[in-house]
Ligand binder design. Structure first.
Ligand SMILES: Nc1ncnc2c1ncn2[C@@H]1O[C@H](COP(=O)(O)OP(=O)(O)OP(=O)(O)O)[C@@H](O)[C@H]1O
Length: 439
């Protein structure tokens, strides 16, 4: 120190001042910052001090800018996190609403079915929904197998967990195992870990649609899931426990399939703890008017059309159709008719050609308006108690059966039956008085 030339008192004072300003800044005191900037003017202080103050000032400006940026960023982050929280709450609310909607939509009470067979199935569905028993649902395509599977799920305590549907006839055999049980990471170059559908259904319901089409070696693995409640991903030896309910469906006769060696008997017994056999629509024609009403309500509302009424001849045609595609075919037909409709009535000619061609209605004098011909073809071929004996029966018998069927379907509600038949309530009363000798 001693060999250094002492600084001129002016410079020493200025350096002291800068030191004090720095000290202030360390403690976040900014009131003397302006003085620092004054020192950068070489007219006030010597050149080296001015440039030192300038470098210092620049550093300060950068720090301030960074702090300002950070403040901005923090502000933005806070706003984003607030917006995220609002969206999260909205999504939670929406999710709850949607789940509630699903539960209502798939309540057995909302599923249409007044025929004895359907009432029995819906009653059973309600009773077994909140258990974990495996269920096998059989029935032709479009009879409502998936609808019943969803009713089982959304009316159980598993309803808040996933409902995973697998269409066994749509998965290529080579992909079956990885789709169902997942893949372990690194099994091949670039392969990431993927959970399978069985694991994804954890806590919920696994719906194995078209189980009759499942390859035999996969059947053995599904049996293990049912018995051991565990899986292993492809390429892994780690056992993963799974908690799920299995509901299976098929249009095939699994007993025949087991006899033919195409379906494992042990799996059949495991699945078939409770079986629900959905009858084809042609065997429950009494449900047609109600289903029709449901689909008309739905599609007229969706397409912003006034509620359509159905002419008796069109209704009779629908009642006599064979319905190979069952309820799905009926719904599609209603959707088509509503989309193309331009009057308030559904007439015979509004129905698809294949339905009209198959039906006996055009030859039917009551329903085609040709009242001269008194004999008519049977409208109902389901062996119901309402069917008059003999292949041909009269105009009055035909009308009687039609009215009886419609009343049966509406649970005796005459206003609804009249609406479905496309006549007034008074018109129905008169017809009933004449045909059934009642008032
Ligand atoms: N009883 C019913 N009440 C109301 N809608 C029904 C009824 N049955 C079936 N549906 C409707 O018919 C359509 C077909 O039903 P679903 O998909 O459940 O049939 P599926 O038997 O599973 O057919 P597939 O075997 O071809 O898969 C769906 O839109 C469903 O909502």
């Amino acid at each position: 120190m001693s060999d250094k030339t002492p600084l001129p008192p002016d410079v020493e004072r200025l350096l002291k001042l800068m030191e004090q300003i720095c000290h202030d800044l360390v403690w976040n005191r900014y009131d003397r910052v302006a003085t620092l900037f004054e020192l950068t003017q070489s007219t006030i202080c010597p050149e080296p001090i001015a440039s030192l103050a300038e470098s210092f000032g620049m550093m300060l400006v950068k720090i301030e800018a960074r702090e300002f940026q950070m403040e901005e960023m923090l502000k933005n982050l806070k706003e984003t996190s607030k917006a995220l929280e609002i969206s999260r709450r909205q999504l939670l609310k929406e999710n709850e609403g949607l789940k509630k909607g699903l539960m209502e939509r798939f309540s057995p009470k909302r599923i249409v079915g007044q025929s004895q067979a359907m009432r029995q199935i819906l009653d059973q569905t309600e009773r077994i929904a909140d258990t974990s028993v495996n269920v096998l649902i059989t029935g032709e395509t479009g009879t409502g197998k998936e609808l019943i599977a969803k009713a089982l799920h959304y009316n159980s305590t598993r309803k808040t967990r996933p409902f995973i549907a697998i269409n066994c006839s749509a998965i290529p055999e080579s992909l079956f195992e990885s789709e169902l049980f997942g893949i372990e990471k690194g099994i091949a170059t670039g392969v990431n870990m993927r959970k399978g559908l069985v694991e994804q259904a954890g806590g919920g319901t696994l719906f194995l649609d078209e189980i009759g089409d499942m390859p035999l070696h996969i059947q053995a693995k599904i049996l293990r899931v049912l018995e051991e409640r565990e899986i292993t991903r492809v390429g892994s030896s780690t056992v993963i426990p799974v908690d799920l309910r299995v509901v299976a469906a098929t249009h095939r006769d699994l007993k025949t399939e087991t006899k033919a060696g195409r379906f494992r008997e042990d799996l059949f017994f495991r699945l078939n703890v409770i079986s629900l056999a959905l009858p084809p629509l042609r065997e429950r024609t009494g449900d047609i008017p109600l289903l029709l009403q449901r689909f008309l309500d739905l599609h007229c509302r969706q397409m912003n059309r006034p509620l359509l009424k159905i002419r008796p001849e069109a209704m009779a045609c629908l009642l006599s159709h064979h319905w190979p595609g069952n309820v799905r075919e009926l719904e599609n037909e209603v959707e088509r008719v509503v989309a193309l409709s331009y009057s308030e009535f559904i007439r015979l000619e509004d129905l698809s050609l294949h339905i009209r061609q198959e039906s006996s209605v055009p030859d039917n004098p009551v329903l085609s308006g040709n009242t001269e011909k008194k004999e008519t073809l049977a409208l109902y071929d389901d062996g119901s108690k309402n069917q008059p004996s003999g292949k041909h029966f009269s105009l009055e018998e035909n009308e009687k059966v039609l009215i009886e069927r419609t009343l049966e379907a509406t649970g005796g509600n005459r206003s609804q039956a009249a609406r479905m038949l496309g006549i007034s309530r008074e018109g129905l009363r008169k017809k009933m008085k004449k045909l059934f000798a009642e008032d």
